[in-house]
Design a protein around this ligand. Structure first.
Ligand SMILES: Cc1ncc(COP(=O)(O)O)c(C=O)c1O
Length: 439
């Protein structure tokens, strides 16, 4: 029997991440197989993947092209150190990514996750300001209701209390703008018309703390994990303008939105705003091998590299597995699939049907709000006695009914693979309705 299918005698010793461990171990949801749009559970049931795993398996599961590329790397070049040595694939991959990124974001730094990409981007921002002679700019601006991963930098700039409160104060000097969800946005699919002025919170930070204390401002163009908060029209443009006026770097955290989720290559393209850096991960390798990346502008790369002597390391940062061959070939193979199957265009084509399906839940009393953009949707449910209880119950019921979605608290997050056909969207919405109407 395959190792992946063998159920161990004890589940106790594994401390699971972001999981109610005792609850899970009493009634485990184990996945033992995946193909195309579906998972197989340890009980032999089939579960439709309505969340692309964790927003990452954009091209569907079990892609042969990626498996072959990874096998080739494992047998021909299993590892090569990324510091002072290299291997050809990361250079080719960077060329391919740079051809996709907006504006002059032409340089790519590799990491192993979204969290590492965020912390890398924040460190690059600090290093950039320092070599410009503005080393006093150490303040980072984040936003309420944002998620930027779990490392210390990302945790600090993010705005989710449960992810912070056990871990002390985080980075010093971090300040947060308000989130962009206004009461009048309820049940708005696409960009809300009002709320662009919330970007002026950044100006308030400038007025309060001084522009010369601020290195960078980081936002998710669409806040994903906290419930799919789509930016109001004009909001990102206004952030860009304020950043430009005050030499503040603008970082878009596109760990969820990069590579087609919004119907364009990047959310930055969808909203027509070019940041100074874009963080990415997840769909970069179709989720199958950990890999993240940060794309930075010509100006940032040149400013930092030209400030050091030619024989010196310019940025004292990197990971043992930055751009490791297995991940790099998986990312290249994923890019090939995206191009061959036109997955970004496909997402754009499928988005109207997806958003229509989302809005059909308006009639259920338990549904308190619905938001969505591209192939990313959030449905808020009225809480039960304690926050998150309904979410947990709904997730379990959906799983039992054969649908996997991501729950954040009492918000259902749906992000189907970009290869979804109409029938898969129908199946998602039918199963969702069958479960929600029992509440
Ligand atoms: C916007 C954003 N940033 C960062 C992360 C962290 O990524 P990872 O879990 O790969 O560290 C996530 C994960 O969902 C994310 O959505």
């Amino acid at each position: 029997m395959s190792t992946l299918k063998k159920i161990p005698n004890s589940l106790e010793q594994h401390w699971m991440p972001f999981t109610a461990n005792r609850h899970f171990k009493a009634n485990p949801r184990l996945i033992v197989g995946a193909k195309g749009m579906y998972y197989t559970t340890h009980k032999g049931d089939t579960v439709l993947d309505g969340s692309s795993g964790l927003f990452c398996v954009a091209a569907g599961h079990g892609r042969r092209e990626i498996a072959d590329a990874v096998y080739e790397a494992l047998t021909e070049l299993d590892y090569a150190p990324p510091f002072q040595f290299g291997h050809p694939v990361t250079f080719e991959l960077s060329r391919r990514i740079a051809a996709l990124t907006p504006g002059d974001l032409n340089y790519v730094f590799y990491t192993n996750s979204g969290s590492e990409s965020v912390d890398t981007a924040l460190k690059i921002a600090l290093a950039y300001q320092r070599v410009r002679g503005e080393g006093q700019r150490t303040r980072l601006v984040g936003r309420e209701r944002s998620y930027h991963g779990v490392n210390f930098g990302g945790m600090s700039v993010a705005g989710m209390v449960n992810n912070k409160k056990a871990f002390g104060l985080g980075l010093p000097g971090v300040v947060h703008m308000r989130h962009t969800m206004l009461p009048e946005h309820k049940f708005t699919l696409g960009q809300p018309e009002t709320g662009a002025e919330l970007a002026d919170d950044l100006q308030r930070m400038v007025d309060l703390h001084g522009a010369d204390s601020i290195a960078a401002c980081i936002v998710e163009p669409i806040a994903g994990s906290t419930g799919v908060l789509v930016p109001p029209k004009g909001y990102l443009e206004r952030l860009r303008k304020i950043c430009d006026q005050h030499h503040i770097l603008l970082i878009f955290d596109e760990v969820i939105t990069a590579f087609g989720r919004t119907g364009k290559q990047f959310a930055s393209d969808s909203f027509g705003v070019v940041p100074d850096m874009i963080t990415m991960a997840k769909a970069l390798t179709n989720g199958v091998v950990p890999m993240g990346a940060v794309a930075v502008s010509d100006n940032i790369y040149n400013t930092i590299t030209n400030a050091a002597p030619e024989t010196a390391v310019e940025l004292f940062h990197g990971y043992t597995y930055s751009g490791c061959p297995v991940a790099a070939v998986a990312a290249l193979a994923t890019r090939d699939i995206f191009e061959k199957e036109q997955l970004v265009e496909r997402a754009a084509k499928m988005a109207p049907k997806f958003l229509e399906g989302l809005s059909s839940f308006k009639d259920l009393a338990i549904v308190t709000d619905i938001r969505g953009y591209g192939l990313l949707g959030g449905i808020d449910l009225a809480p039960m006695e304690a926050p998150g209880l309904r979410g947990l119950a709904v997730m379990q019921q959906l799983y039992d009914a054969g649908l996997m979605v991501k729950l954040t608290g009492d918000s259902v997050l749906i992000s189907p693979p970009l290869v979804s056909e109409e029938q898969h969207l129908d199946e998602i919405f039918t199963k969702l309705r069958d479960v929600l109407k029992t509440h």
